[in-house]
Write a protein that binds this ligand. Structure first.
Ligand SMILES: CC(C)(COP(=O)(O)OP(=O)(O)OC[C@H]1O[C@@H](n2cnc3c(N)ncnc32)[C@H](O)[C@@H]1OP(=O)(O)O)[C@@H](O)C(=O)NCCC(=O)NCCS
Length: 253
């Protein structure tokens, strides 16, 4: 259990560009807090202590805003970023290193209709390893989102998603194929193709550096032109601008 929790903790630091040290991840991330509760509640559920298991997860929901049924199966390295509004149903199966953003539902299609017939039946989705699900996405029914797939924010997915595919929209449609997971970095923050683009401070600093380099190039160019045109004394000899002749082979800096 501790090894799994440690992996969940590391997942936060690996996958949130804003995450700080381990201590911060422990106290400031509802993902870790809910997984702490889940890692206790899930064995209780399996041992038949169903009320205790559900009670623990209910407490965790009050604290974190994340609702995970203790009967769900969740692999290690699981990370729910921000968290609030996430719902994970009883028969959901989640592989390793899966990331969800806030307000994601992994639910049944119509749980309220003929609920008795759906009891103990697999009615929630399976998410294989390395799947990333954008905020507000709804993944409904006993479908499989295959390894490395990405689900766009606010999409509604009711059919299987192939490995490494990206699906978006309502109902979700598949975007053009992207390179396979083997040649890509293992995690893309926010699911986007170029995670470097999502840090606004980084973008601002990069733009400022570009601007400084461009100004420096223009300044060098102006200095070159000034040193070859205007710096001559009355006799036509090159000067530093105060009638001092320039030493041969030098220019004003
Ligand atoms: C789906 C997603 C992973 C795709 O990222 P990407 O591979 O970089 O794709 P692009 O941004 O190049 O978009 C490709 C196309 O899909 C469309 N698209 C992207 N995300 C979409 C979404 N959530 N819903 C509908 N269409 C979407 C784009 O408009 C674009 O359409 P076009 O080809 O007609 O112009 C990303 O857009 C996404 O939704 N990530 C989740 C982010 C999130 O939840 N953030 C929460 C942080 S708190």
């Amino acid at each position: 259990m501790f090894a799994k929790l440690n992996r969940d903790l590391n997942a936060i630091r690996e996958r949130d560009p804003a995450a700080g040290c381990k201590l911060a991840a422990m106290f400031l991330y509802p993902s870790f807090q809910v997984m702490l509760a889940y890692r206790i509640a899930n064995p209780l559920w399996k041992a038949g202590l169903k009320f205790a298991a559900r009670f623990i997860m209910q407490l965790a929901r009050w604290f974190t805003g994340i609702e995970i049924h203790p009967g769900a199966t969740i692999g290690c390295g699981f990370f729910v970023d921000h968290g609030s509004g996430v719902v994970i149903g009883e028969t959901t199966v989640i592989g390793r290193n899966v990331t969800l953003y806030q307000a994601v539902t992994l639910g049944g299609v119509l749980p309220a209709v003929d609920a008795e017939a759906q009891r103990s039946v697999k009615r929630h989705p399976t998410l294989e390893d390395d799947v990333i699900v954008g905020s507000g996405a709804q993944i409904l029914g006993n479908i499989t989102v295959r390894a490395g797939a990405r689900v766009g924010g606010n999409s509604v997915v009711t059919k299987d998603v192939p490995a490494c595919a990206t699906v978006v929209g309502v109902p979700a449609r598949q975007l053009a194929a992207r390179p396979t997971a083997e040649v890509e970095p293992p995690f893309a923050a926010y699911g986007v193709s170029n995670p470097d683009d999502v840090d606004p401070r980084g973008r601002t600093i990069a733009a400022l550096i570009d601007e400084v380099q461009s100004l420096r190039a223009r300044l060098n160019d102006m200095e070159d032109r000034l040193s070859t045109t205007a710096m001559h004394d009355d006799a036509g000899k090159p000067t530093l601008g105060d009638n001092t002749p320039l030493p041969p082979g030098t220019r004003k800096s």
